[in-house]
Unconditional design. Structure first.
Length: 130
């Protein structure tokens, strides 16, 4: 084995082991997502009245639940992150109910603060509001 050092061989073996481990972890993530996808699709069928095939398609577009953000562009839900004034729940409720419910009538915070926690006090329930 002229030209190969024990250190180089050990590093190559470790890299191969990491690739194998990463491949197994990726497969486990896919398996977990598939299990969750089925449950989420089932919930969409019942809450939104989606047909089974459409529920799986919609669930597949929403999972994995990752919000991407490009700091070179303004934040705007759902295309690029989320700003504190985006009413993200209205977007979610539209998808969940297949458009049957389009808003929660609460709206985003309009009382932003200049320091943490950045949003004002929680909205009060209209029933308990004095």
């Amino acid at each position: 084995m002229k030209g190969f050092s024990a250190k180089a061989l050990a590093a190559e073996a470790q890299a191969e082991q990491c690739l194998t481990c990463n491949a197994k972890m990726a497969w486990l993530d896919v398996a977990k997502q598939y299990r969750f996808l089925a449950g989420f699709a089932h919930a969409l069928e019942h809450t939104g009245g989606y047909a089974p095939v459409e529920a799986k398609r919609v669930a597949g577009t929403l999972l994995p639940d990752v919000m991407s953000y490009d700091p070179t562009r303004p934040a705007s839900f759902p295309d690029n992150g989320r700003s504190l004034t985006d009413d993200a729940f209205d977007s979610f409720i539209r998808v969940l109910t297949n458009g049957r419910v389009t808003e929660d009538k609460v709206g985003p915070h309009g009382d932003l603060l200049l320091e943490f926690p950045y949003v004002g006090p929680p909205h009060q329930c209209r029933v308990t509001k004095g």
